[in-house]
Design a protein around this ligand. Structure first.
Ligand SMILES: C=CC1=C(C)c2cc3[nH]c(cc4nc(cc5[nH]c(cc1n2)c(C)c5CCC(=O)O)C(CCC(=O)O)=C4C)c(C)c3C=C
Ligand SMILES: [Fe+2]
Ligand SMILES: [Fe+2]
Length: 387
């Protein structure tokens, strides 16, 4: 597995540039008056914001090649090239049939790109208001399917930005997602124009947490405010050895859940509790737990109403629309559960998009090459951060 701690390079230049302020919940910089963010010399900047996500097949024919791209990534399968390629070919071929059936439930392909495009347009609108005089364009770079990172890097180069802000749509940092995307970007954007600043992660950033809390509360109320009930924060799982090797993902997922819980004091308490679980296990390795299916089954047996909320995905895709909405729902009812509700992914929730806007303005006003919307310790030098 890609457990190499790419983000911990003691003695690197990045480490020295990582200032104290870059790891605070990022509200201040975005709230600063615009004229404090840019001097006259900087007025009229061309600002490219690059949104990173995993990507998903856009139709049935794309499922196998998408899976091949995913499994040949050394961040996902850590093995030499000559082992990884045949393994990727084998897994993508054997997994393609069931994966195609799941994508067919969503109309044939993944909604991830249209969802991400909507987020890109919403972010442009927020930034156009916050940075009048500058021209901001949000680009989408997917890791395993179109628009692939190399293609987006070419488009950004051609646009000739003065500033480039790298903004992963992974709130919690992982070597398997954030680092993999940023590494691909570094390679593709070598010698590209503009000053680059990387947002590493934002597991406890204000608007991100608030948007989650609002969506969970609304879903719980819509379900009739049942008691006894459980709010289940479901995150994508990872092999245990990735975490043991130093990946901060699980710690950051826990920090997100704790921050959302703090805002849900009005519904949590007597008769309503919460838990974290991990979904989407792939392959034979031991993954972190508890698993979402175990927790769904346990809640049904305990006679609890369940409100499941995706906590590490910011848009709807196969793991929300099929796993959470179809598979786990069926599992819950099969085990005698009564009420199963699912809070939507953040999508273009205004508080979330506003938070992304704040992360971008904070990055633009930062001297450091990497900023982070978190009060948690962050990876010191994400690949992609400028030297
Ligand atoms: C927090 C986000 C994600 C982490 C961490 C992650 C790790 C991870 N994923 C796989 C294997 C698969 N992931 C697949 C799809 C997929 N995964 C994420 C997010 C995270 N993955 C997204 C956004 C998507 C795209 C979904 C879409 O709508 O297309 C798939 C393909 C689907 C399937 O066949 O189940 C696989 C396979 C591993 C092995 C891993 C960590 C090691
Ligand atoms: Fe995944
Ligand atoms: Fe049962």
């Amino acid at each position: 597995m890609g457990a190499g701690p790419l983000y911990l390079q003691p003695g690197s230049r990045h480490l020295a540039r990582h200032t104290d302020r870059s790891c605070r919940a990022g509200a201040e910089a975005g709230d600063r008056p615009v004229n404090q963010l840019k001097s006259g010399a900087e007025a009229g900047r061309r600002i490219a914001v690059v949104l990173f996500n995993l990507g998903g097949p856009d139709g049935q024919a794309a499922v196998r090649p998408f899976l091949f791209n995913l499994f040949r990534d050394p961040a996902i399968i850590q093995a030499p090239f000559f082992v990884r390629y045949p393994v990727a070919a084998l897994i993508s071929t054997t997994r393609a049939k069931s994966a195609r059936a799941n994508y067919a439930l969503m109309g044939g392909g993944s909604p991830l790109l249209p969802e991400t495009d909507r987020q890109a347009r919403a972010l442009e609108a927020v930034l156009a208001e916050r940075l009048p005089g500058d021209t901001v364009k949000a680009f989408v770079a997917m890791r395993y399917w179109d628009p692939l990172t190399g293609e987006t890097a070419k488009a950004v180069k051609a646009w000739k930005p003065d500033e480039v802000v790298l903004l992963p749509l992974y709130p919690q940092y992982s070597t398997t997602t954030t680092a993999s995307s940023l590494k691909a970007w570094s390679k593709a954007y070598r010698k590209g124009p503009g000053r680059t600043t990387t947002v590493c992660c934002y597991p406890t950033a204000d608007g991100f947490v608030q948007a989650h809390a609002d969506l969970v509360r609304a879903e719980y109320v819509k379900a009739g405010s049942p008691k006894p009930a459980r709010i289940l924060f479901s995150a994508h799982g990872l092999p245990e050895k990735v975490i043991t090797a130093g990946d901060p993902y699980q710690r950051q997922v826990e920090a997100t859940a704790a921050a959302v819980v703090e805002k849900l004091g009005d519904i949590l308490g007597e008769g309503v509790d919460w838990k974290i679980s991990y979904q989407s296990r792939v392959g034979p390795l031991k993954w972190i737990g508890p698993s979402t299916d175990e927790e769904v089954e346990a809640a049904a047996h305990e006679g609890l109403a369940l409100v499941v909320t995706p906590i590490a995905f910011v848009s709807e895709h196969i793991e929300t629309l099929v796993e959470l909405d179809v598979e786990y729902r069926e599992l819950f009812y099969a085990h005698g559960g009564s009420i199963y509700a699912r809070a939507p992914a953040l999508g273009v929730a205004p508080a979330f998009i506003d938070c992304l806007g704040t992360l971008v303005t904070e990055a633009l006003s930062s001297e450091a090459s990497q900023v982070c919307g978190s009060d948690q310790p962050c990876p010191k030098a994400a690949p992609g951060a400028r030297a």
